[in-house]
Design a protein around this ligand. Structure first.
Ligand code: C2E
Ligand code: MG
Ligand code: MG
Ligand code: MG
Length: 283
């Protein structure tokens, strides 16, 4: 009897895997052509100063619209891009595109925003990462201080010596480094002191039910305090309600990001909604 059950379970499992891998193979094939076919776009999500509730920066988030499969979320295709190595050219494209956009807004006379770009593990381990970032800064002309690279904890706990060197080299370009999804990875707080980090991003899973879940309330508060004790800035992601906002402001979180302010939006919409000329002439 138990054998039978196990057998069924196994069958179910493999069928599931098959569906999953067929889908992945389809995505993988399409992914090879997506860059040259211009199927990627970048959406921008505002990052707000918690006190003034003013936009201080944006996070660049990739979007993929495939002609027949439709919108495919980064949660689905980024892991495949990682496995295949396609994340290298895709990631370079995102970095350049985001820096170019910031420069374009600046040239149009808008106050300069900072831009956060996500970096995957594979990109971080790439030998010429620092050279590519340097080149992108030079070619686009963006002020290095306006660029922040988002790494996850899982990236920086791997291979400490190389990691520290890469991070220091990046930092010496004048850019900032933040830890994304903070609190969800392997958390050895000791590393925070050794790495040249400027910002912690509290993962949205903690912010999500911060009002209902005492543990998450404590974790969120603790991360804010920890960041400030280490002289780091802290940003909460996934802020969706006024209650969450009020809680985070009361706990002195520095920056906020989430649907409460805006979902990620395309560049034109972002400009219309959020950019104001530094000096405007009215007649
Ligand atoms: P992430 O870097 O942690 O980005 C935040 C994710 O949370 C985004 O999902 C964003 O749309 C979503 N989000 C923002 N505010 C809220 C909110 O209030 N509530 C909820 N429920 N969600 C919110 P998205 O754009 O689907 O991206 C998912 C992940 O994919 C990102 O997580 C990041 O890890 C990865 N990703 C996105 N773009 C890139 C990229 O250009 N390069 C790399 N390497 N990874 C990327
Ligand atoms: Mg991010
Ligand atoms: Mg995150
Ligand atoms: Mg993430």
């Amino acid at each position: 009897k138990s054998k039978e059950l196990a057998g069924n379970k196994y069958q179910f499992y493999t069928k599931d895997m098959d569906d999953h891998s067929i889908e992945n193979v389809k995505i993988e094939n399409a992914l090879y052509k997506a860059l040259s076919k211009d199927e990627f776009h970048i959406y921008y999500q505002p990052q707000m100063d918690a006190v003034q509730e003013e936009v201080v920066g944006v996070e660049a988030l990739i979007r993929w619209e495939h002609p027949t499969m439709g919108m495919i979320s980064p949660g689905e295709f980024i892991p495949i891009a990682e496995e295949t190595g396609l994340i290298i050219p895709i990631g370079e494209w995102v970095l350049r595109q985001a820096c170019q956009q910031i420069m374009e807004w600046k040239r149009q006379g808008y106050a300069c925003l900072s831009v956060s770009v996500n970096l995957s593990a594979r990109q971080f381990k790439q030998r010429n990462l620092v050279a590519i970032v340097k080149e992108t800064l030079e070619e686009t002309g963006i002020d290095p201080e306006c660029l922040e690279l988002e790494l996850t904890e899982n990236i920086i706990i791997q291979n400490t010596d190389d990691t520290i060197k890469t991070m220091r080299d990046l930092k010496s370009l004048g850019i900032k480094i933040s830890i994304d999804d903070f609190g969800t990875g392997y958390s050895s707080l000791g590393y925070l002191k050794n790495f040249p980090i400027s910002t912690l991003k509290i993962d949205k899973s903690f912010v999500h039910d911060v009002m209902e879940n005492e543990n998450n309330e404590a974790i969120t508060h603790t991360i804010i305090t920890l960041a400030h004790n280490l002289n780091l800035r802290v940003i909460a992601e996934g802020v969706e309600t006024k209650e969450q906002l009020d809680f985070l402001v009361a706990k002195e979180c520095d920056y906020l990001q989430g649907y409460y302010f805006s979902k990620p939006i395309d560049a034109a919409t972002f400009k219309k909604k959020y950019l104001q000329r530094e000096s405007s002439t009215s007649f």
